[in-house]
Structure formats: C-alpha cells, structure tokens
Design a binder for this molecule. Structure first.
Ligand SMILES: C[S@@+](CC[C@H](N)C(=O)[O-])C[C@H]1O[C@@H](n2cnc3c(N)ncnc32)[C@H](O)[C@@H]1O
Length: 255
C-alpha cells in the first residue's frame, strides 16, 4: 500500500528524509531514545496517579517511528522481573528507569503493566520497521499520518507520547490541538523536544493554550544520585553518560 500525499511541505520532506534513513535509525539512536523514554515515563506514570504502576491505555505513540518505545517497554517489563539484558548500556538505562519509578512509588522491585499502543508516523518506511511488533499484544495498530492531522475520533487515547517529533512539524499549534482532541479527559501527553530547536518556556506556553495542567520534568537530582550509587556498587564495567540527552521534557494533562 502507498502512503497518501500530504498537505504540508515540511511533512513531505520529513517523510522523505526518514524513509531514506529508516534502516539505520534503530542502531544509531536506540540508546539515546531509550534514555528519553526513561526520563518521561516515570513522570507520566506519576501524574496519572493510578494505584498500580502502569501507563493508562490506549496509548498513542505520536511520531513513533520504528517502534523503539514499544521495544523499550517490552525490555523494561522483562528487566523488572529478571534484571538482566545483553547490552550494558541498555541495562544501565533500564535500571535508571526502575530507579526513577521506584523513587516515586517507594517500592522495589517494580512490576509494570503496559497497555496496547497505536503508533502513528509520517514515514511509511519507519512504520514498516515497527511491523516487527505486529504479533505483540502491545501493538494495536500502525497509522501513517501527519501529527497535525490525526485520523482518529475525539477522546480515543488515555496517554499520548511524542519523543523528538514536534520540532519537525510545520504547524505545531495544530499538532498540539490534535493531540488534545484525541485525548480523553484526564488523559496525559508526554513530550520531548530537541533543546536546540525550541525554547522550553515558549513551548510550555503553546501547550498552555489547549492544556490545563503542564508539568516540567526534573530528573537531575535522581540522575546524580543514581550515578553515585552505581559507581559505588561497581556493578558495571563502563559508565554510560546519562547527561548526553539533548531534549527538554514536558507533560500535560487534559482536565
Ligand atoms: C527523531 S524520530 C523519533 C521517532 C520515535 N519517536 C523515537 O523515539 O524513536 C522523528 C520521527 O518523527 C516523524 N515525523 C516527522 N514529522 C512528522 C509529522 N509531521 N507527523 C508525524 N510524524 C512525523 C519522523 O518520520 C520520525 O519517525
């Protein structure tokens, strides 16, 4: 099936750019994207205020590309039971995620419940790679579209995530409105955006036109404490630089 043409020139350019590099995306960006998921996930879980540690479903991973976020969630739920992965960097990021969540919930080990997820993205080729999850109970659907024109009815999703996507969108205000429209009341939006492309406070102001409650995501203190802890216990042969992340993070709730 061929993707349909797009209204926005920038969306068309993005589609071409990501279509052309899709096969290298996971190996280039896996670690850094995992770190972003780690940072945003604990905050989303916290503001949803659910009795159990979970993401409220249905989830929309907006601009979700190759499905790395789903892959991360799968690894995290295995890690929280068995505590081991093949890649040391990934181990450290998963351990950091558990650390962040358990700090908020004051419980270890954590057990996580993940709901089904729809991934949408403008790039057809990025979505083709995400098809590897088609047999996973977590993947509910793959949709090729522009985030500024979401082909969903209102109030369909309880959680929307958008990792390193919004800075690519021509009409950001429209994309924010669309996310708000398809979220249920009390639903939560979690966003990461490259710092070099946007000012955090200006972006929070834009979100504030649609969303009632906007929360900054702070993790610097926890990152320092975690790094100290793993240096002291000598569990890892290498120390992964948790400071590499170049995005800022915001969460918003639809009241
Ligand atoms: C840096 S990648 C991030 C992918 C994924 N969120 C992740 O964490 O790996 C940016 C993604 O945004 C998608 N994208 C760019 N412009 C878009 C638009 N207008 N609507 C939907 N997706 C878009 C690209 O195709 C690409 O998959």
């Amino acid at each position: 099936m061929k993707p349909s043409p797009l209204d926005s020139k920038k969306a068309e350019q993005m589609r071409n750019a990501y279509d052309g590099t899709s096969e290298y995306y996971d190996s280039r960006y896996r670690h850094i994207q995992y770190l972003k998921y780690s940072i945003l996930l604990h905050q989303i879980i916290k503001i949803q205020k659910l009795p159990q540690i979970q993401l409220r479903g249905l989830v929309l991973d907006n601009g979700g590309g190759t499905g790395l976020f789903l892959e991360f969630l799968q690894k995290l739920s295995k890690f929280s039971i068995r505590n081991s992965e093949e890649d040391e960097k990934i181990n450290q990021i998963l351990e950091f995620t558990c650390y962040l969540i358990s700090k908020k919930y004051r419980t270890t080990p954590i057990s996580l419940i993940f709901p089904p997820t729809v991934i949408c993205d403008v790039s057809f080729e990025m979505l083709q790679i995400a098809r590897k999850f088609q047999d996973s109970i977590m993947l509910y659907g793959l949709v090729s579209c522009d985030s500024a024109h979401l082909p969903f009815r209102p109030s369909q999703f309880s959680t929307i995530t958008a990792f390193t996507v919004f800075q690519n969108i021509e009409n950001i205000n429209k994309a924010i409105e669309e996310s708000h429209r398809v979220l249920v009341d009390q639903g939560c939006l979690g966003i990461s955006i490259l710092k070099k492309s946007y000012n955090k406070f200006r972006f929070a102001e834009m979100l504030g036109k649609c969303f009632d409650d906007i929360y900054p995501v702070n993790f610097e203190k926890e990152r320092g404490d975690f790094q100290k802890m793993i240096v002291q216990n000598g569990k890892y042969s290498q120390f992964y630089d948790l400071e590499k992340v170049e995005d800022f993070f915001l969460t918003a709730k639809k009241l």
